[in-house]
Design a protein around this ligand. Structure first.
Ligand SMILES: Nc1ncnc2c1ncn2[C@@H]1O[C@H](COP(=O)(O)OP(=O)(O)O)[C@@H](O)[C@H]1O
Ligand SMILES: [Mg+2]
Length: 278
């Protein structure tokens, strides 16, 4: 077990969380992608096989998961995969988050921003990929932006149930989480559009869903809607360990940045990322 992990677990046991000054990172994301899309069928249910009576007690069954191979990642996502300045920047952001000095655990990170188009979704996806590559950890990117879901498109995933369906008891977590085998990452897409995202986020089902995800993954990156004026982020914030605010160079206005920072729980604000589109 790594030293970082030890520190995080110790901090978690002690429940220590302290405020840090927001830091600023510069980022550029560029890239191209080529690949063929294909989907393997979901793993067969154990009941589909005929097995002899076990002589000894069997191990706890591993939850079934949807595994997808050969996905066609969207071009900007290759930024985190190919050697490039963008890839370095995403890795630097990952390192800052993993080594953050908040004193508390950073297992669940919420990505938000003052408005639409700042780069939340792209950053969440690339950050998840950077974490999955370097640390060989179990990473899950969760799309909690029901108003403008992007993760399915970014990762090139098929139309399957997602978080909204889990929260509405229309699907199980196992049915909704998709594992991208080649990239060692899992994605929980937003799923069917919901008319009342804020209400769904405030439910016990949402809390339980996150608890289950915490038990199955080392880190969870949540792509969320804008911090203001919607209630969504305020409702999600108590459920996460840390919040990263994305601002876009030459795009996000200063008053909007101030409003967003004021709306976010300062103790959880890990830093501000300057997303500088090329
Ligand atoms: N650093 C970047 N370089 C190039 N394009 C970017 C960058 N950040 C965001 N974009 C593009 O800008 C658009 C909005 O980004 P997105 O991540 O969807 O924003 P948000 O989730 O905050 O609404 C997308 O088309 C995305 O690909
Ligand atoms: Mg988005």
């Amino acid at each position: 077990m790594s030293r970082i992990q030890n520190i995080l677990e110790k901090a978690e046991r002690e429940g220590a969380v302290r405020r840090v000054r927001p830091q600023v990172e510069d980022m550029t994301a560029v890239g191209t992608v080529d690949g063929r899309a294909a989907m393997t069928p979901p793993l067969a249910s154990p009941s589909a096989f005929e097995a002899p009576e076990p002589a000894a007690p069997i191990a706890t069954p591993v939850p079934l998961v949807r595994v997808v191979t050969g996905t066609r990642l969207s071009p900007p996502l290759l930024a985190a995969l190919s050697p490039s300045t963008a890839a370095e920047q995403y890795r630097a952001l990952r390192t800052r988050i993993v080594h953050s000095e908040t004193g508390g655990p950073v297992n669940v990170v919420l990505i938000t921003s003052p408005g639409r188009g700042d780069g939340k979704s792209l950053t969440a996806a690339n950050l998840g990929l950077a974490m999955a590559q370097e640390y060989q950890q179990r990473i899950c990117v969760v799309d909690a932006d029901f108003r403008s879901p992007q993760q399915r498109r970014l990762f090139g995933l098929p139309e399957t149930p997602g978080l909204a369906d889990v929260l509405l008891s229309r699907a199980t977590i196992e049915e909704a989480v998709i594992e991208l085998e080649e990239h060692h990452i899992s994605v929980l897409p937003a799923g069917s559009q919901s008319a009342h995202p804020a209400e769904l986020f405030g439910t016990t089902t949402m809390r339980r869903t996150l608890e289950t995800l915490r038990s199955r993954f080392d880190r969870i990156v949540i792509d969320s809607p804008a911090a203001t004026p919607l209630a969504d982020v305020g409702i999600l914030a108590p459920l996460v360990d840390s919040i990263v605010l994305i601002v876009r160079a030459g795009y996000t206005s200063k008053p909007a940045i101030h409003d967003a920072i004021a709306a976010i729980d300062a103790a959880k604000l890990l830093g501000v990322v300057l997303n500088e589109a090329a």
